[in-house]
Design a protein around this ligand. Structure first.
Ligand SMILES: [Ca+2]
Ligand SMILES: [Ca+2]
Length: 112
């Protein structure tokens, strides 16, 4: 199989979240590591980990270019409060009302 390679990445409990962290158009290896009541860790290759989102609050990780700067931002959707909690790469935090309890957010990126 040419053009493919296998890379060992993260822990078994990590949640993969495909995103383009640097805006170069290529997906960067990223996972969200749930840590109970402590902020979950966003781990992207070659970028310092970022603590964002709380597993114990039921947060669901997702990513998208919410500020339209060309690079994907990290976010979690908190179903109990129906809030999207966004953390962009410059450290700006935004909370948006979104959806209804019982819904499931869909990440627009595809890992393929
Ligand atoms: Ca990239
Ligand atoms: Ca962005």
């Amino acid at each position: 199989m040419t053009g493919r390679k296998t890379v060992k990445w993260g822990y078994r409990t990590d949640i993969p979240v495909p995103l383009d962290a640097d805006g170069d158009g290529a997906i960067d290896l990223t996972t969200w590591r749930p840590r109970g009541a402590v902020s979950g860790l966003w781990i992207t290759r070659d970028i310092s980990p970022i603590g964002w989102g709380i597993e114990a609050a039921g947060d669901i990780p997702l990513a998208g270019d919410f500020d339209n700067d060309g690079a994907d931002d990290i976010a979690t959707w908190r179903p109990r409060r129906t809030k999207l909690l966004i953390y962009n790469r410059t450290g700006i935090k935004t909370r948006l009302a979104l959806g209804e309890e019982g819904e499931t957010p869909i990440n627009r990126r595809c890992a393929l």
